[in-house]
Write a protein of this length. Structure first.
Length: 202
């Protein structure tokens, strides 16, 4: 099942590369990053970009809210499902993620944890769209992680302002299952986490 595969991938490779342009994608293809978040693209090139990543055996998520030419509508989900090989989608919009499940796409709900109201809205959306994982931004808002953990046992991804090894370790220690980052060099940490994961499997 796709969601089980996602959990296993997060365990083996918890540092996720957030791809913001074609130059970053080229770097990611030959790297040890296993999971890629596409935070760019348009209706013309997204099919080819995802196909290229899949050729390198990457686990690919497309951020529906950030693809030019695709409106925040259910048709966007159908487009990604029909015309790309993406494994899943990311969105701040619960209704799109609910719809994505009908197409067997793994789903990640992105939540901006700005204040207590944002927290309450985020918990409400988690409970009503039942995503496969949650991405909390900014990723350095580690005080919010235990609060989310009290309400949900879904994999939690810390995203945004993750720039150093210390940021990664702080997020994991606070309860994150993984982190997403645009800092390419942090991918080297996946080797360490992968070794730890293999030891646990023995």
């Amino acid at each position: 099942m796709l969601t089980n595969l996602l959990k296993k991938q997060l365990g083996r490779s918890p540092i996720i590369f957030s791809v913001k342009d074609e130059k970053a994608l080229r770097k990611a293809l030959a790297s040890n990053y296993k999971i890629l978040f596409f935070l760019y693209g348009d209706i013309v090139n997204i099919e080819a970009q995802v196909a290229l990543a899949k050729e390198y055996d990457k686990f690919v998520f497309v951020h529906l809210d950030l693809i030019n030419g695709i409106s925040a509508h259910e048709a966007a989900v159908e487009f990604i499902s029909k015309y790309t090989e993406a494994d899943g989608v990311i969105s701040t919009k619960p209704r799109l993620l609910r719809y994505a499940k009908e197409f067997n796409l793994a789903t990640i709900l992105r939540i901006f944890m700005l204040d207590s109201m944002a927290f309450e809205n985020g918990i409400y959306n988690i409970q009503h769209c039942k995503p496969d994982s949650i991405e909390i931004l900014p990723g350095i808002a580690t005080k919010s992680f235990p609060l989310v953990r009290e309400k949900s046992d879904l994999p939690l991804i810390a995203g945004g302002f993750i720039r150093t090894k210390e940021d990664v370790l702080a997020a994991i220690k606070a309860g994150a299952s993984a982190v997403s980052t645009t800092c390419f060099e942090l991918g080297e940490l996946n080797k360490t986490f992968s070794s730890i994961y293999r030891e646990k499997e023995k």
